[in-house]
Design a protein around this ligand. Structure first.
Ligand SMILES: Cc1cc2nc3c(=O)[nH]c(=O)nc-3n(C[C@H](O)[C@H](O)[C@H](O)COP(=O)(O)OP(=O)(O)OC[C@H]3O[C@@H](n4cnc5c(N)ncnc54)[C@H](O)[C@@H]3O)c2cc1C
Length: 401
C-alpha cells in the first residue's frame, strides 16, 4: 500500500524548519541578496542553534545505535522535507548554511570509517564550517568523465594539479571533495576522489563568481598547483579502487552522490516555486476583485502552478524514499530534478508576469526568478537528466545513447 501521510517525526521536521524559514531566513532574504553575502553573525547564530545544511546522516556519535539506524533510513526523506521549507525561506541562504553540503554524500557513501569520523565530525562544533564538492572544470561539467585535474602518485600520497570552477561554498570550505584523474587515457576508470583540506599548500581560491541569482551564496574558482594530498585523504582508500578492477570507481563516487543530492536540489526548486506561487496568490486575492477578468486568468495560472508543484513534490518524495530504502534510484532522481527545475522556472516566470511591471520593483518574486534559473543547470542540466532517463529506458534492448 502507498501512504502519503507524513509520520509524526516528519511533520515535526517540516513544521520546525518552516518556522525557522519564516522567522529567521525570509526576513533577511532581500538584504542578503543586495549584500551579496549572508551576514557572518547570522551564520554564527544559526550554527549555535544547530541548524546546518547537512546532506549526510552522520550523527556525531550521540544517541544509541538503534536510534541512529532509524535516522539514517529516513535521512533522505527528512532532507527533502526540510530543504523545501528552507528554500521557501530563501535558496541562497539555504545553500550558505554551515554543514557538509554537497560534500557530505560522497564521504558518507564512499569514505572509510576513519574518513567519515575525521571529516564529518568537524560540523558538530560551535564554529560554523562548510564542506564542498568540486567536479566541474572549464572542460568538464556535464561530461563528468572529462575531468582534466591530474593526480600523480608519489610516496605517501598524490600531487594534484588543475582548476575547478563554480564550486558552491568552495572558498570558505574546511575541505573540498576534489575529483581528479590518475591517468586521463583510462577515462572514467582513472578517476579518483580526494578530500583536500583548506590551507593545504598549493590549494587556493582564486575567484568568487558574481552571479545573476543566488547572489548571497558563495560560488568559487579553485586552483590546485603541485598540491600534495596524503593517501589518507584518498576517498575510500586505495582498496576501493584496487577492488573495483577496471570499473570507473572515482566516476562512480561522483555519480552515486547525485542519487541523494538530486532530490535535495529538486526540493529546493519546489520551495522556490511555492514561495513565488504563495506570494502571487496573496497579492491576487487581496488586490483584485473576484469577478474580474484578470482574476479568472490568474486563478487558472495559479491552479496550474499548485498542481505542478505537487507533481514535482511527489516525484521527489519517491526518489528520496528509494534512496532511504537502498533501492537504485538514478532514474527517479534524474526525473524529479529535471521536472522540478523546469517547473520552478515556469512558476516563477508566470508569477512575474501576473504581477506585471510592479513585480520587477524589489519584489521577492523578482529575486526568486533570478535565483531559480540555475536549478535547471547545476547537479546536471535538464538535457543530462534526460540522458540518464533515456539510458535506462534503452538498457533492456542493449541500445546505448
Ligand atoms: C551557481 C552554481 C553552483 C554550482 N555548484 C557546483 C558545485 O558545488 N560543484 C561542482 O562540481 N559544480 C558546480 N556547478 C557547476 C554545474 O554543475 C555545471 O555548470 C553543470 O553541470 C553544467 O556543466 P557545464 O557548465 O560544463 O556546461 P556544459 O557541459 O558545457 O553544457 C552546456 C550545454 O550543453 C548541453 N549538453 C552538454 N552535454 C550534452 C549532451 N551529451 N547531450 C545534450 N546536451 C548536452 C548542456 O545541457 C548545456 O545546456 C555549479 C554551477 C552553478 C551555476
Amino acid at each position: 500500500m502507498i501512504s502519503f501521510k507524513l509520520s509524526e517525526q516528519q511533520m515535526q521536521i517540516k513544521e520546525m524548519t518552516h518556522w525557522f524559514a519564516e522567522k529567521e531566513i525570509r526576513p533577511i532574504a532581500l538584504v542578503a541578496d543586495e549584500l551579496g553575502k549572508v551576514p557572518d553573525e547570522w551564520l554564527h547564530q544559526v550554527n549555535q542553534m544547530g541548524i546546518q545544511l547537512n546532506t549526510s546522516s552522520f550523527g556525531g556519535g550521540k544517541g544509541s545505535s538503534k536510534g541512529k539506524k532509524k535516522r539514517e533510513r529516513e535521512g533522505n526523506r527528512m532532507g527533502v522535507l526540510a530543504t523545501e521549507e528552507m528554500a521557501w525561506g530563501d535558496p541562497a541562504i539555504t545553500l550558505s548554511l554551515p554543514g557538509a553540503g554537497l560534500g557530505g554524500p560522497p564521504i558518507e557513501s564512499s569514505g572509510t570509517p576513519e574518513q567519515k569520523e575525521r571529516f564529518l565530525s568537524i560540523f558538530t562544533t560551535d564554529i560554523p564550517r562548510w564542506g564542498a564538492y568540486a567536479l566541474t572544470e572549464p572542460e568538464a561539467g556535464s561530461d563528468a568523465s572529462g575531468v582534466r585535474t591530474t593526480a600523480k602518485k608519489v610516496e605517501g600520497g598524490y600531487i594534484l594539479n588543475g582548476q575547478k570552477i563554480f564550486i558552491t561554498n568552495g572558498g570558505r570550505a574546511s575541505w573540498v571533495v576534489v575529483f581528479a584523474t590518475v591517468d586521463a587515457k583510462l577515462g572514467r576508470a582513472g578517476q579518483r576522489a580526494f578530500v583536500v583540506e583548506k590551507g593545504t599548500p598549493g590549494f587556493s581560491c582564486t575567484k568568487l563568481v558574481k552571479k545573476m541569482g543566488l547572489r548571497a551564496n558563495e560560488t568559487a574558482e579553485l586552483l590546485l598547483e603541485d598540491c600534495f594530498v596524503p593517501t589518507e585523504n584518498l576517498l575510500g582508500g586505495e582498496e576501493l579502487y584496487e577492488t573495483s578492477g577496471t570499473k570507473p570507481s572515482g566516476f562512480q563516487v561522483a555519480m552515486k552522490t547525485f542519487d541523494s543530492t538530486r532530490p535535495i536540489v529538486a526540493s529546493m526548486a519546489i520551495g522556490i516555486a511555492r514561495a513565488a506561487y504563495e506570494y502571487t496568490l496573496d497579492i491576487v486575492r487581496r488586490e483584485y476583485p473576484s469577478h474580474g477578468k484578470f482574476y479568472y486568468l490568474a486563478s487558472e495560472i495559479l491552479a496550474e502552478a499548485e498542481q505542478d508543484i505537487q507533481a514535482a513534490r511527489l516525484l521527489t518524495w519517491e526518489a528520496a524514499w528509494m534512496a532511504d530504502l537502498g533501492i537504485a534510484n538514478a532514474k527517479e532522481a534524474a526525473m524529479c530534478k529535471a521536472y522540478a527545475g523546469q517547473m520552478a522556472l515556469d512558476v516563477c516566470s508566470k508569477a512575474l508576469e501576473l504581477l506585471g511591471p510592479t513585480g520587477l520593483e524589489g519584489h521577492l518574486v523578482e529575486k526568486l526568478y533570478r535565483d531559480v534559473k540555475v536549478f535547471d543547470i547545476f547537479e546536471g542540466t535538464n538535457e543530462i537528466q534526460h540522458l540518464v532517463i533515456a539510458r535506462r529506458q534503452y538498457a533492456p534492448y542493449d541500445i546505448r545513447v
